[in-house]
Write a protein that binds this ligand. Structure first.
Ligand SMILES: [Zn+2]
Length: 106
């Protein structure tokens, strides 16, 4: 899996690539370069904790008993916070690498 960025050599603009984006620069409309940064362990941890968080939130909404008592709330919020923290670390790390790569484009 990759963290994707698009970089416009014209505007020197680096931004995270969204799933609906086709690859032209949002600002000038010129063709921009896609930069793929291999996802690190932090990215995978982010997905893992997000998945746990979503499952517990879904259980909570559906009223499914997990048999964990109040512990479920700690796991739920813990997983969501951990996902946010890892997402932050991963985004920073990937952005740094993408900036480095973008410097070599042209
Ligand atoms: Zn541009």
């Amino acid at each position: 899996m990759y963290v994707r960025f698009i970089y416009c050599p014209e505007c020197k603009e680096l931004r995270p690539k969204s799933w609906y984006h086709y690859g032209d620069c949002i600002l000038c409309g010129k063709k921009s370069v896609t930069i793929n940064i291999p996802m690190s362990i932090f990215g995978y941890l982010m997905y893992a904790f997000s998945a746990v968080g979503i499952i517990f939130v879904a259980y909570e909404i559906a009223g499914i008993q997990t048999g964990l008592g109040d512990l479920r709330l700690f796991i739920m919020f813990g997983a969501i916070i951990a996902a946010l923290v890892f997402s932050y670390i991963e985004t920073n790390r990937a952005t740094e690498l993408a900036v480095e790569k973008a410097g070599k484009v042209r």
